[in-house]
Design a protein around this ligand. Sequence first.
Ligand SMILES: [Zn+2]
Length: 180
Amino acid sequence: MNEFAAVTVGSLMNLPVLVLNASYEAINVCSAKRALKMILKGIALPEKESEYEVRSASLSMRVPHVIRLIHYVKVPHKTVKLTRKNIFLRDQYTCQYCGRRFPPSELTIDHVIPISRGGTNSWRNVVTACKECNNRKGNRTPAEAGMRLIKKPTVPSLYVHIIRSAKGFHSSWSEYLFQE
Ligand SMILES: [Zn+2]
């Protein structure tokens, strides 16, 4: 038995790793499994390593906390992509009408101003809603339905998003996340 025995290889491979651009700018979070693959492929370099090691017959590698891309990748907009998963992350899996938390399978996306009424598919017009609230609201505006949003939907910041998608962050990330 060694000091790594307490952490199973499976959970180690899911450890969140901060991905930096070649310019040291934080751009994403990935799993340790993906990070190690990127290092092996020569796409990224380990920037901060953990105390954990993974070994195979031919090599041994330290699991990184932070990796950095070797070639600069152009990140067109420092904004978070509008996807179902990202909307749930911004709203922390909480229905924006009744304020209760649900598993993703119980949640839907609600257009505050329905698309059919001229609403857009944008961060400021989409919210997480449970099935019940979404059904109740139907094709109406919150005012018409007599429902209130628990908070105004906003465009999420990339850094807040990185932290939420990783469910917290390792202390070694802070120097890259909070530069400005
Ligand atoms: Zn609800």
